[in-house]
Write a protein that binds this ligand. Structure first.
Ligand code: AHM
Ligand code: MG
Length: 343
């Protein structure tokens, strides 16, 4: 029969060979060469995906489920808490606390580290999360997401201790995020590259969709809230002026949702900036559950991340909700910005 629509002929592209690889299968294959693995990490990620599916479903229905808007309260960071922030925080906590794989949870939404409540048993990992990053965008249907960092515990047993969390970014065992956008995508690294998995909502499974994502070293796209640039460190003013030269070939993209902006830059190339300003002299973003995990992913993808002084992962966390300036993304732009800030 004659078709009005172009029909593509099947090809044996690499993507086709991967069709049907679930996240679970991918993890089991990755860990096959690690006979010492106890299965706790796979259980942890399975619980993360359960919570992600619940949050994704709620985000999709937010306008119908009365989940738009703020609760009217502020969190310990002095920011307005959205209804979806509470839902995401509770959902991830409930999914994770009982599995016997964590000894401590840290959340942007909670002032103190969360112990594992009895009768559940503490496990060998520490989990830090921003349960719903960019949540002020929820009412506008823009991308939002969950960002997480995973450490192996240092203390021997029982509940997690401060030594398990106040540590260098180089100690991270894994990191990732789930972006709730046009689709729901989980991006994960265990230190062997960065891989993306897309949720097929019809069957409730995450399937491998982006194997070994590489961050292009010099794509000329920048993401920042340029309206604040008058209060940024002076060397950045010159750099920003340079991006306006048509011959330099720059473009700009900014959602105002770190996870959405980072995901875009990871897939398409680009650099994200959140410098210190007079309003936020230490920057706005949080080191533990925003900068650390995204820096881990950026480095694993061949990119870079700095606070303007040293690589983000070389920082050691001094307090749970510590803030940091952040310059993250393609390696060439990050090193140019670092060089300028050092002058
Ligand atoms: P949140 O964790 O409370 O959502 O705040 C962090 C968000 C980031 O997602 C985003 O990059 C930034 O705040 C946007 O800030 P601004 O509105 O100052 O540009
Ligand atoms: Mg955030």
């Amino acid at each position: 029969m004659h078709s009005l629509l172009p029909v593509s002929t099947p090809s044996a592209s690499p993507a086709q060979f991967e069709e049907g690889t679930t996240l679970d299968r991918f993890l089991l294959e990755t860990l096959r060469d690690h006979p010492e693995a106890t299965g706790q990490f796979v259980t942890l990620i399975n619980q993360v995906t359960l919570a992600a599916k619940l949050v994704s479903a709620r985000v999709n229905r937010a306008g119908l489920a009365g989940m738009f808007g703020a609760t009217g309260t502020m969190n310990i960071q002095g920011e307005y808490v959205q209804k979806m922030d509470i839902y995401a925080n509770e959902t991830f906590k409930r999914a994770l606390e009982h599995a016997g794989v964590l000894c401590m949870i840290v959340s942007e939404e909670e002032e103190n580290a969360i112990p594992i409540p009895p009768p559940f048993h503490p496990g060998k990992y520490v989990f830090a999360m921003d349960p719903l990053d960019g949540s002020s965008n929820i009412d506008t249907n823009a991308s939002i997401g969950t960002i997480f960092a995973v450490f192996r515990r240092k203390s021997a047993a029982g509940q997690g201790q401060s030594e398990d969390i106040l540590r260098s970014g180089r100690d991270l065992a894994a990191a990732g995020y789930i972006v709730y956008g046009a689709g729901t995508v989980l991006v994960l690294s265990t230190g062997q590259g960065v891989h993306g998995f897309t949720l097929d909502p019809t069957v409730g499974e995450f399937f491998l969709s982006h194997r070994d994502i590489r961050l292009s070293p010099d794509t000329r796209t920048y993401s920042c809230n340029e309206a604040y640039s008058g209060t940024w460190p002076a060397p950045l003013t010159g750099w920003l002026a340079g991006t306006k030269d048509p011959a330099a070939g720059w473009s700009a993209r900014y959602i105002g949702s770190l996870v959405g902006d980072f995901h875009r830059n990871l897939v398409k190339g680009g650099v994200f900036l959140y410098p210190p300003s007079t309003k936020a002299p230490s920057g706005k973003l949080r080191l533990l559950y925003e900068a650390f995990p995204l820096a881990f992913l950026a480095e694993q993808a061949g990119g870079a991340a700095t606070d303007g002084r040293i690589p983000i992962l070389d920082r050691t966390l001094a307090s749970l909700h510590e803030r940091t300036p952040l310059y993250i993304g393609n390696a060439n732009a990050v090193s140019e910005i670092t060089r300028l800030l050092a002058t």
